[in-house]
Structure formats: C-alpha cells, structure tokens
Design a protein around this ligand. Sequence first.
Ligand SMILES: C[S@@+](CC[C@H](N)C(=O)[O-])C[C@H]1O[C@@H](n2cnc3c(N)ncnc32)[C@H](O)[C@@H]1O
Length: 268
Amino acid sequence: MNANKELWEKGDFTKIAETMRSSGEALVAGLGIEEGMRVLDLGCGDGTTALPAAQRGAEVTGVDIAANLVAAGNARAEAAGLSNLHFEEGDASDLNGLEDGSFDLVVSYFGAMFAPRPFDVAKEMVRVTKPGGRIVMGNWIPGDPTLVAQILKTSVAYSPPPPDGFVSPVTWGVEDEVRERFGAAGIAPEQISSERDTWRFEFDGSPAELLAIFRDYYGPTMNAFAAASADGREGDLQGELEALFEAQNESAEGTSIPATYLRVTVTP
Ligand SMILES: C[S@@+](CC[C@H](N)C(=O)[O-])C[C@H]1O[C@@H](n2cnc3c(N)ncnc32)[C@H](O)[C@@H]1O
C-alpha cells in the first residue's frame, strides 16, 4: 500500500476543508481566473479551491491521491451543477494521465507539498503547464509559530521516525528548496516569486471542538494520536494541541484561526 495515499484516505479531510472555504474563495477571487481557462488543482481535496475556480467559468480538473476525497469532490461538483469541474485520482509526483502544456493555471494549496519526491512534483507541475501559464502553490512553513506548522511539528514529535529517504512536506515552505526544485525542472530564479500569506480556519464551535475534528479526521494528527496513545502520552499531546488551538484563536464567539504559509508563484 502507498503510505502517502493511506495517510489521506485514513481520515476525512472534508471535515477540515469545511472550515477553510472562505480562504479558498478569497484566494481564487484573486487569481484572475477567466471563462474557458484550463485549471489543474493538485492535491485538491474535495475542491476548496477547485470549486470556486469552476464557478468562475474555468475548465477545472482536480487531482488527488485519496479516492474518498475525489468522490467527495465529484459529489460537490454535481450538487453545484458544475459540468466544467471533475475530480480524478492521481499522484502529484507522477501525472502520467495529463498531457504536456495543457493547463493555463496549476494550483496546489497544501496539496502537492504532501507528495513524496518533491523534485518529481516540481517537474510534473512544470510539464503540464502551458508556456506562459502559471503555477501557484500554498505551502506550510517549517518552524512557523502559527497553527498548521505547529500541528505538523507536534505531530512529528509524537510519531515514530519516518522511513529513510522521507522528505518532510514543510521543506516546500523554504524558499531555497522551492528554487532548487523548480530550478531542476528548468525554471530560472526570476520566474519564481514567493511571499508569506495567511489562511484562515473558521468554525462555529470552540477551539477544543475544532481540535477534536483534527484529531479524528486529519491523517497526520490521527497518526500522532495513535502513536501517543501507544506510548501512554495521549494526554500530553491533547494538552499541547489544546493550548495551541486556544492561544491561536482570534474569535470571542467561535473559532477563527489564521495560519501563515508560503505562497509560491512560478511562470514557466
Ligand atoms: C491538507 S489537504 C488539502 C486539500 C485541498 N487542497 C484544500 O485546500 O482543501 C492535502 C491534500 O493533498 C492530497 N495529497 C497528498 N499526497 C498527494 C499526492 N501524492 N498526490 C496528489 N494528492 C495528494 C491529500 O489527499 C489531501 O487531499
């Protein structure tokens, strides 16, 4: 079994995605998407960014490694009456079903960063982008003090060591690594730009209730809780994450938590 696929099919990312919709809409609104544009959303989940892109008239393909999320995305496309949006299973490090130079825009928000073999991921993203097109990635940043970088860091601390050769997904949040990966795919440094931006998680319940959703449905946190429980450290992990969610919350009534990420734009 592919461990990468297993990680994301184990949970149900749709539960987290529901808290990310307004940031997804805001991002897409700023991408200059026009009617008829061909858009690829890589590691698309159930379509937080793919669906609003299709609502703007683009022809959108969502590719994700998790079969359950592909099914959830196609159900959302159908419910929204969007015949210009379809989701299919695939691996960002080997997009063998997709032709060279076929997309005006390739978007990957917190998606392709989780694929193994980052150099292959960069090469594939460049390969399927039309000359004159654009790649836009959102990547969590290692060591950043905000929510998701801290969840991932804490999860790693409670999990068994990864297999040899494993490359941490958050290395995609390091500008030098990004330049090296796209450089190996033939992209010059001046064709790559990056900036820090903010994503927001919004939820009607309390921060502790949002944490419970991560614990029960977000693959990396589920694995960390399983490992912590086997070591008798589940309470420590729960306490650490509860304090994090509480401290990061900016809403008095419910939960609204900003998270910093690296936004990368590549123009092949
Ligand atoms: C944190 S979720 C983000 C989902 C979506 N982009 C969003 O913003 O709602 C990460 C997604 O990447 C997908 N993913 C992980 N590894 C992948 C790979 N090798 N190829 C394609 N998708 C992958 C997961 O299945 C999951 O849907």
